[in-house]
Design a protein around this ligand. Sequence first.
Ligand SMILES: Cc1cc2nc3c(=O)[nH]c(=O)nc-3n(C[C@H](O)[C@H](O)[C@H](O)COP(=O)(O)OP(=O)(O)OC[C@H]3O[C@@H](n4cnc5c(N)ncnc54)[C@H](O)[C@@H]3O)c2cc1C
Length: 463
Amino acid sequence: MDMKADPNQFSSYDPSYDPLVSSGPGRGMDYAPTYWAATAGTPPPDDGPIAGDVDVDVAIIGGGYTGLTSAIFLAQEHGIKATVLEANRVSWGCSSRNGGQAQNASGRLSRSQWIARWGVDTALKMHAEIGDGFETFKNLIRSGNIDCDPQTGGHLYIAHRAAAMKKLEAEAKVLADVFNYKTEMMDADAVRRRYVNEAEAAGAMHEPDGIGVHPLKLAYGYLKMARAAGAAVHPSSPVIGWETRNGIHYLKTPGGTVRARAVGIATGAYTAPGLHPSLKNRYFPVLSNSIVTAPMTAQQIEACNFITREVITDTRTLRFYYRKLPDNRVQIGSRSAITGRDASNPRHLQVLIDGLHRKFPALKGIPIDYSWWGWVDVSHDMMPRIFQPDPQQTVYYALGYGGNGVMYSAQAGRRLAQLIAGKGGGLDLPIFTSALPGEIFAPFRRIGQRMLYHWYYMRDEHL
Ligand SMILES: Cc1cc2nc3c(=O)[nH]c(=O)nc-3n(C[C@H](O)[C@H](O)[C@H](O)COP(=O)(O)OP(=O)(O)OC[C@H]3O[C@@H](n4cnc5c(N)ncnc54)[C@H](O)[C@@H]3O)c2cc1C
């Protein structure tokens, strides 16, 4: 079956969706009202919803970057034609809502935090894995001819106040001395002259790796590649029940049951708490907000000296991520509400607008053309896992990128495919050899998160 995605077949987007309290991932929901959905063009064909019972070798649950890339690599590197089950539209979750910043990272920890946690040898191996991941990501875009508006040149990491420069300088030294990864430190004047007149900037670190992409064009490219390689991709097919009997997984979807010999879970922060026992209380969905302004005028660009098109983040724990898009709009994102119910409260939008104005006073009054939010999959130890939780069961998962998944999800998809194909023997990093850590206080996480946000705010702005 080769169905074209027909917008009329989808139900409307639910802005208050909250993975921890909603009864499931939804079914056939339309994309969030992102700038990306408005500008990605016509979606490529997919295989339509599951219609009837089917037997498959491998089912992948979740049709975001991770699910689609694991299907690509299963086909290309292991000769396995997977069946991808997506609850809503293809890449409806984070993969159609993110800031499009492909960074030299995965998870939320810095290189020096890796050393503190694992020691130098493992940190060096992890660095190599991330570097290899960047190559995987770039190769996919190249080999799939994915036209996703790449903005190359690197990543500008801006110190949002003077106190943050010391930390940046220390990290730059670790990057150079331990990892042989050369970055450039610069003072505020150099940032303003050479990159952008960002009013908060007290200096910056420039790293050579970093690419901005159009997130949904990237996802559409992956979708095309997965299908061209022989995978089937079924939107509007949420897995709403799961039984395992005699080694066969019975995945219930509204249109029929998918009987699979192996299952890859790639549901990110949108994983329903009851999907599989191995994931109970092992990830924490956190909301991130994003806006896109109207195109800047020539005067505004000049006033901001907005020369760079590279991806930018600042040093806040609840960081801002931003860049100038190809059509001279500014995209900027940061923290949002704690719950889905509160997500549309205008005060969260105001946090972004205030941040934009603080950084670029010349943009006061610029119209905000797009505003949306999405759930980021944060793990309890801030690092992802690509893992088989029970050696007796053919179930595997890949999630927990913590807001750094645009690049690494391609490599995670490749690693997930390796595990599913039984070729994961050489993967000896902690992110492949241990489960996502559980959290006994999980039911109270949101109370803790509220307190943490206050503490981060105090530390970022005042201490
Ligand atoms: C606002 C925002 C900004 C971000 N910015 C950046 C950035 O600039 N750089 C960066 O590196 N990362 C960023 N991220 C994170 C990045 O987008 C994610 O790490 C990445 O997209 C994860 O991809 P994924 O395929 O694992 O998950 P997702 O794209 O979330 O896909 C999971 C899919 O699983 C589906 N699903 C869930 N349950 C079921 C079920 N039972 N049955 C079938 N399907 C199911 C969902 O519908 C969803 O489409 C951002 C995230 C957000 C929300």
